[in-house]
Design a protein around this ligand. Sequence first.
Ligand SMILES: *Cc1c(COP(=O)(O)O)cnc(C)c1O
Length: 238
Amino acid sequence: MKTQSLLENISTIYKRMSHAAMRAERNPEDVKLIAVTKTVSAERIKEAIDAGLRIFGENRVQEATAKIEELLKLSTADYRLPTISWHLIGHLQRNKAKIAVQLFDLIHSLDSIGLAKELNKHAEKTGKIQDVLIEIKLSHEETKHGVLKEELMELLKTVNNMKNLNLRGLMTIPPFFDDPEDTRPYFRQLRELKDKAEAMGFNLPELSMGMSNDFEVAIEEGATMVRIGTAIFGQRKR
Ligand SMILES: *Cc1c(COP(=O)(O)O)cnc(C)c1O
């Protein structure tokens, strides 16, 4: 895996993404690849940028801050760093909301009214309209974050009424299964929740679901963003 080139990995993933989209009679262009760079060095992220990737996902604010700064330093007279979009895909603590608003174009992990208020407050201060996804917890694993299905409606209404938050859709992290087919019911549930909310008048174009092991199934079930780390950068050490 390590010796395999990033370019090869990325082109394989794009092929698999398009095939999955076509199987579901979807347009491959409607699915975005979010390259997940937690534990990946800035140097290696630069390689991925040079390979053409433009959207990166981090799951911790602190780690992201350090890397974004490091990458910006690479911009010199001879090398101009292209515009990168950073997404926060991991759990966000309220006390980091301010930095998150500064760093991320899209926050996938909005999971409480308290956090929504905090994000809205900081976005308002800087005049930013912060794009967000609501993270939903569809399983009963203690370790997972996200709102429960039963709490979704209230959070949708609250976020929709906040001037500086722009609700873009839903996100979920299903339990891990060796067989990706076992995750299909979770992806389908998320899409059904989106359909239900849209029928009630909410606009939720994005579905963030699917990782290295199961992104094809997620695309077949309607994912518009897949979050892929291992299949691009290789196995993480921690
Ligand atoms: C790490 C992570 C991913 C990527 O997982 P891989 O299996 O390495 O593709 C996707 N989403 C979230 C929220 C993650 O934390």
